[in-house]
Ligand binder design. Structure first.
Ligand code: GRF
Length: 195
């Protein structure tokens, strides 16, 4: 898949979006970010995209708490298709995708999750690993399917857990690993290493 036209979905601060953009600017990754979409109007990821003059779209998610209103999800599909996006990256997108997105982009949606899946799916995975007394955790990039953090695993990065770690120090280290693993996976798509 060369060149990659990325659509990035996020709800948070957008550090993974920045890591992807840095890899593009450094010419380590032959890709273009076509559009950034968010369900959070004042999110860092939208602000960062706007400051880089990348199309940034807020979609009002509607009344559901954990998914998008189906019409909004159709709108998301239309925007991604009109931008000719060929890979969708969930970078901290906090809603579950349903049929409109899954059917429009089969095996073309990936997610970054802050644990070594299949361990600790769901929310605040780094806290779950810390509270369970793990010595190693990490991050996982996987294809998105209809489950929560259940899709086929593409790549992982391991992170040590130290005795004096707090949730904050651990998350910081996991995110630094994410910023390496996610661009590396995208590069594998451009190399044709990933189908
Ligand atoms: C990341 O830690 C990712 O694993 C999780 O949400 C966080 C997003 O962070 N799914 P950011 O918005 O990319 O900084």
């Amino acid at each position: 898949m060369n060149p990659l036209r990325l659509g990035i979905l996020g709800s948070g601060k957008g550090s993974n979006f920045e890591a992807i953009l840095d890899a593009i600017y450094a010419e380590e990754l032959d890709a273009e970010i076509a559009v950034v979409l968010s369900d959070v109007e004042d999110s860092g990821i939208l602000q960062k995209a706007m400051s880089k003059r990348i199309r940034a779209v807020y979609l009002d998610p509607g009344d559901y708490r954990t998914r998008l209103d189906p019409e909004v999800e159709e709108q998301m599909v239309r925007i991604l298709q009109e931008e000719n996006v060929n890979l969708v990256v969930l970078a901290g997108f906090m809603r579950i995708l349903k049929e409109p997105m899954l059917e429009a982009f089969p095996r073309r949606i990936i997610n970054i999750h802050p644990s070594l899946l299949p361990d600790y799916p769901g929310l605040e995975a780094w806290k779950q690993a810390l509270e369970a007394g793990e010595k190693i955790t990490g991050c996982t990039v996987h294809y998105v399917d209809a489950g929560i953090d259940t899709g086929e695993i593409i790549a992982q990065g391991e992170v040590d857990i130290f005795d004096d770690d707090t949730p904050e120090t651990l998350l910081d280290r996991i995110q630094r690993a994410e910023h390496v693993v996610l661009p590396m996976v995208l590069k594998a798509f451009t190399d044709g290493t990933l189908p």
